[in-house]
Every structure is written in structure tokens, then in C-alpha cells.
Write a protein that binds this ligand. Structure first.
Ligand code: FES
Ligand SMILES: [Fe+2]
Length: 366
């Protein structure tokens, strides 16, 4: 007979939580248009940063803490000099974090001094985003990824920003997970009609994993019908690229192309900001797509955010996670392996051109 003690023992759970902290990568920290006259507070992989545009229009990213008295520099303002001015005593810093002025201090003691420097993160502006390198005071050897750009002329683009209460791994898996769409988003995207057999091929490269779905009929939910009213078979890829890009691509014939690129920036271990860049070229007029598709897509994303919140709360309540995967959890385990290996530094440096090798073929119902 079980004792009271065994009855009350918590269910077995690994203490492990799939959190990887990857500093040596570029992250989207804000949209370029967010940087006007006011400094902006942003957190990237747990590091509080202040972003601002200097006199030359360059984006700067400094640790959001004045070295003088620990005031967030984001509470300050941009001085006429173009430097970032602390709101407490007015020390001024340039985009490289050098102190340029200590108001009231006489003579040669003023300005630059090593102890007055603020840690600075390299920045780049590309495709409408300010990208920040995760490690301070380093000049990166590579450039930010080109994924946020429209794939060519004739595409319309919609950008939406949403915070997901989940780890980077959980958020990226969710963005690329097909089986949940028939349940969590029932009727919106899939799940309103017959389930169909689909073949999927999973391919791995040094910095990425992707699934190609072959023979997939146009999804039967409302969004699927809207995007491909004539029906037919779609070409579909889901891909994850280190450290934080989740991309879903649909093609229907030569005319219809939809590319949803989610730049997932971990704010901290359990919050991931998603910059969703939706680029599309469809037979339907863009003027129709925006008002019809955007609210539905946002509803889908809010359903995902709610489920990620519940997942995160459950992992925390149980003191760790439990993952039991089957072969139709196509990408989640690969995403975790990529993140874990990158954190351990055991992946070869990726230049985005590495060969993809088939690692699995699966048939399933979706
Ligand atoms: S706290 Fe920033 S200048 Fe004093
Ligand atoms: Fe979803």
C-alpha cells in the first residue's frame, strides 16, 4: 500500500528548462523608426540597454545604467551635441559609450575617462530594424542576417510586434509547429475540414533546420481559403535559423507567395519578443488582405501567446519541464539541439551557406 509520503510526492519532472543564452549573435532590438529624438529602453537577452540615434544619425546601444549613480540612461535625453545626456547630473555619452562631458567639472578632468565609460554593443541597421550584438564592447566578424528583407520586388510587407511569455525555444517551436494549428487555431487556419496525409522532409545545416512539406493541400481554415481561394497543393517550408529566426514559407503556383519571418528576441529567459515580418505577393489585392488577414493573424498570435503563458507557468509550477516528443514533433527537438550546441560553442561557424542534409522523412495527418 502506498504511504502518504509517496502519494504526496510531486510528479517526476526534470529540473531542466530549455533556456539557452547566446551572446555572440545579432538580435533585432527595435525597429529603425522607433529611434527618433528620445532614447529607448530595450532589453536583449536579459541585458538592459538604451538605444539612441547620435548626431550623425547612427544607432547606439549602451548599457542602460549611468556609471555615475546608477540611473537608467534611457531616462535622459539626446543633447544638442547628439550625445546621450543622463537625466540626473547631465553626463554625456557618445554612441561608443565614451563620456564626453561632465557638466560643471573644470579643466582637463572633464570628458573622457576610462572609469566613466559605459559598455557599448555594436549595432547595425538593416531592413528597418536596429540589430544589436549580444556581447558588449566587441566588433562582430559577421553582419546581421538578411531574413527580414522582402524577397523581391512586388511584395507587400506587414510588420507586427508581440511579446510571448515563453522561452526562445518554446516560442520558435510554436511558430513552426504544424500539429497544434488544427487544435489551438481550429477553423482559423487548419482543422475545419478533412485531415490529409502529408509527407515532410527535415533537413539540417550547421546553423539551421527546416521541414519541407510535400503534397500538402491548401489549408482548409478561413485563412487558408483566403490566401488560396482556388485550392490546390501548396509548397510549404518551416525553418529555424540560429539563434532566433523562425520562418514559414508558402507558395501556391507561381503567383502566390507568403513568407512569415519571425525575429524572436529573448528579452529574458521566459519572455520572447517577436518581430513578425509578413511579406506576401498574392493574387488577392493587398487592400483586401490587410484588413481581412491582419486581425485574424493577430488572433492566431494571441492564441499562441496564451498557450505559451500557460506552458511557462506550468514549467515553473512543476520546477522544470517534461518533453515527450513523437516523430511528428518535427522541429522542436532540433531547435533545442542547435541552441544547446551553439551555447556550448560546439557548432562550426555558420556563414548561412552550409549544406543541408536530410535527417528524417515523416508521413503524418494534418
Ligand atoms: S547619475 Fe548620471 S550623471 Fe549622475
Ligand atoms: Fe500557433
Amino acid at each position: 500500500m502506498a504511504t502518504l509520503a509517496t502519494k504526496l510526492a510531486p510528479p517526476p519532472t526534470k529540473e531542466h528548462v530549455s533556456v539557452a543564452r547566446l551572446a555572440r549573435y545579432w538580435y533585432a532590438a527595435c525597429r529603425s523608426r522607433d529611434l527618433h529624438r528620445k532614447p529607448q529602453a530595450r532589453t536583449v537577452i536579459g541585458v538592459p540597454l538604451v538605444l539612441f540615434r547620435d548626431a550623425a544619425g547612427r544607432a547606439g546601444a549602451l548599457l542602460d545604467r549611468c556609471p555615475h549613480r546608477n540611473i537608467p540612461l534611457s531616462m535622459g535625453r539626446i543633447a544638442a551635441s547628439g550625445n546621450l545626456e543622463c537625466g540626473y547630473h547631465g553626463w554625456q555619452f557618445d554612441g561608443e559609450g565614451r563620456c564626453r562631458l561632465v557638466p560643471g567639472l573644470q579643466g582637463s578632468e572633464n570628458g573622457e575617462a576610462r572609469g566613466r565609460r559605459v559598455a557599448a554593443h555594436a549595432t547595425r541597421e538593416r531592413d528597418g530594424f536596429v540589430w544589436v550584438w549580444g556581447e558588449p564592447d566587441v566588433e562582430p566578424a559577421c553582419e546581421p542576417p538578411a531574413f527580414a528583407a522582402a524577397p523581391g520586388p512586388g511584395y507587400a510587407t506587414i510588420v507586427r510586434v508581440l511579446d510571448f511569455p515563453g522561452t526562445l525555444h518554446a516560442t520558435a517551436e510554436n511558430a513552426l509547429d504544424v500539429p497544434h494549428t488544427a487544435f489551438l487555431h481550429r477553423g482559423l487556419f487548419r482543422g475545419s475540414g478533412e485531415r490529409n496525409e502529408i509527407r515532410a522532409v527535415v533537413r539540417r545545416g550547421p546553423d539551421r533546420v527546416e521541414a519541407e512539406y510535400i503534397g500538402e493541400p491548401r489549408p482548409e481554415g478561413f485563412l487558408g481559403r483566403l490566401l488560396a481561394p482556388q485550392g490546390g497543393v501548396v509548397e510549404h517550408w518551416d525553418r529555424f535559423v540560429l539563434p532566433s529566426i523562425a520562418q514559414v514559407e508558402y507558395r501556391l503556383g507561381s503567383e502566390n507567395h507568403l513568407l512569415v519571418t519571425s525575429l524572436c528576441t529573448p528579452l529574458d529567459d521566459f519572455t520572447t519578443r517577436m518581430y513578425a515580418v509578413v511579406a506576401f505577393r498574392l493574387r488577392l489585392p493587398t487592400a483586401l488582405i490587410r484588413p481581412l488577414v491582419t486581425p485574424l493573424a493577430m488572433r492566431v498570435l494571441r492564441q499562441d501567446a496564451a498557450v505559451l503563458r500557460a506552458q511557462t507557468e506550468t514549467v515553473r509550477r512543476f520546477g522544470g519541464e517534461q518533453f515527450v516528443s513523437t516523430e511528428i514533433d518535427l522541429l522542436g527537438p532540433h531547435i533545442w539541439r542547435l541552441l544547446r550546441d551553439a551555447e556550448a560553442g560546439s557548432l562550426p561557424a555558420a556563414d548561412g551557406t552550409g549544406e543541408l542534409a536530410v535527417v528524417r522523412e515523416v508521413r503524418f495527418q494534418a
